[in-house]
Design a binder for this molecule. Structure first.
Ligand code: UDX
Length: 429
């Protein structure tokens, strides 16, 4: 393997994972961020992102000198053969991806990029961004490559080192091959394509996952009404290899830093070329409906939400992360608070105050005096709660398990009423 000098601009969960993993493969990586505080913390070996294995890889990279950190993109790219842009592309006006950060960095680095460097865009961007980036860079000798990432938060290091596939797209086949070679050691299928197709893969994949989840959430609603159990239904479906078991768990709706933003951005892409995409619109609408359905169930359990005390278990968008971005739990909490419910919430990874609720550092404090309890994030520690103690602390008796995460027998023994998602049988004492 050729050892390459690589710059990674942006040290969020994607950038830092990319940098640390490429360093672990033997490359010399310099990571840059505009946030001086973040850079100083990383230089001191402090990793604030909760990703299993990441802190260890950063420590190893620092120890060998293969992984360094610098403030500002210019310093990192001056010596780089390949530059990865791992910058946020948040939801901007009308749902479109906001490319401000990506474009600002392109302007900042264009005159310091070494000859024949390759700029790789890892950020999720609308089709056509590679061409726009190339124009912004204005360098005949510098090729732009799209290399979408499929890292899940909470298993980003694992996903990087064991990818299902590596997608590399460029209108310069030579540049695409240079980038693909960086991942050669991972032994994953590598799919080379043009830049527009690579940009499309990311949106098409994430929107498909969102669609799968909205579908299963809608099936769960039907199951409740016809007396079927969604867990059995999805197991029965998932053995079909054309469907697969993954992404078939109903819940309070999908969220996080990617799926909602990408679904909206894809709708904007369709809009821009004059295409109606009813399937994707319904996917987004079904997700909002799923959140309202949780609120309806809590209301049903307590009679009226105004003045009711609701214990909330879980706030982050998925267990194993500390990420509140577009968390369905927050959306549900907001709807409950709008109707006048008094919320007391606990999440193992949230210790700061949030609007519309009291955040407590102990799950038992969250359920004390609650008229109903709603579980919104699948933290393992919630399964292990002492449910007899919970029952004794609560004022009411209904526990709404939006993710079918809890052990029904444990709640039954405690004399609680368990209301899951897509399961008609209510476990009652
Ligand atoms: C997602 C994509 O999976 C990843 O490929 C992409 O790069 C970034 O976006 P992530 O946002 O980390 O990753 O979360 P993911 O595990 O995909 O879950 C997304 C949402 O769907 C979460 O809110 C999760 O709770 C929900 N979900 C997931 C379900 O409700 N049921 C499931 O079966 C799976």
């Amino acid at each position: 393997m050729f050892v390459r000098r690589i710059a990674v601009v942006g040290t969020g969960y994607v950038g830092l994972t990319t940098g640390a993993c490429l360093a672990s493969l033997g490359h010399r990586v310099e990571c840059a961020d505009v946030d001086a505080l973040k850079v100083n913390r990383l230089r001191a070996g402090q990793v604030d992102i909760l990703e299993p294995g990441l802190a260890e890889l950063v420590a190893r990279g620092r120890a060998t000198g293969g992984l360094t950190f610098v403030e500002g993109a210019r310093g990192a790219v001056a010596d780089a053969e390949v530059v990865f842009l791992c910058l946020p592309t948040p939801m901007g006006a009308g749902g479109a991806a906001d490319l401000g950060a990506v474009e600002a960095v392109a302007r900042e680095i264009r005159d310091v990029l070494p000859r024949d460097a390759v700029v790789v865009c890892k950020s999720t961007v609308p089709v056509g961004t590679s061409v726009r980036l190339a124009a912004l860079l204005g360098r005949e000798d510098v090729a732009v490559v799209s290399n979408p990432e499929f890292l899940r938060e909470g298993s980003a290091v694992h996903d990087f080192l064991h990818p299902d596939r590596v997608v590399v797209g460029s209108d310069s086949p030579r540049a695409a091959e240079r980038v693909a070679a960086l991942f050669a050691g991972l032994g994953a299928p590598t799919v080379l394509m043009d830049a527009a197709s690579a940009e499309m893969v990311k949106y098409a994949a994430n929107c498909f996952l969102a669609m799968k989840l909205s579908y299963v959430n809608a099936v769960a609603e039907l199951c409740e009404l016809v007396g079927a159990d969604v867990t059995s239904v999805t197991e029965g479906m998932g053995h079909d290899r054309r469907i697969g078991q993954a992404f078939l768990k109903p819940g309070p709706g999908w969220g996080g830093s990617c799926l909602p933003k990408d679904a909206h951005a894809m709708l904007r892409v369709a809009d821009a070329v004059g295409v109606d995409f009813p399937l994707l619109r319904a996917t987004v609408e079904t997700n909002a409906r799923q959140q309202r359905r949780v609120v309806d169930k809590v209301r049903r359990a307590v009679g009226a939400l105004a003045g009711a005390r609701i214990g909330v278990l879980g706030l982050v968008f998925k267990a194993g992360t500390n990420d509140l971005r577009d968390s369905p739990a927050l959306a549900v909490a907001e709807l409950l608070a709008l109707e006048g419910a008094e919320l007391v919430a606990h999440d193992p990874q949230v210790d700061r105050p949030l609007p519309g609720m009291t955040v407590v550092d102990d799950p038992y404090a969250a359920v004390r005096g609650a008229d109903a309890v709603v579980l919104l994030t699948e933290w393992p520690e919630f399964r292990a709660l002492d449910w007899a103690r919970v029952a004794a602390l609560m004022a009411g008796s209904t526990v709404l398990d939006t993710r079918n995460h809890l052990d029904p027998d444990a709640l039954l023994r405690a004399g609680l009423v368990l209301d899951g998602t897509g399961r008609v049988h209510r476990v009652t004492a």
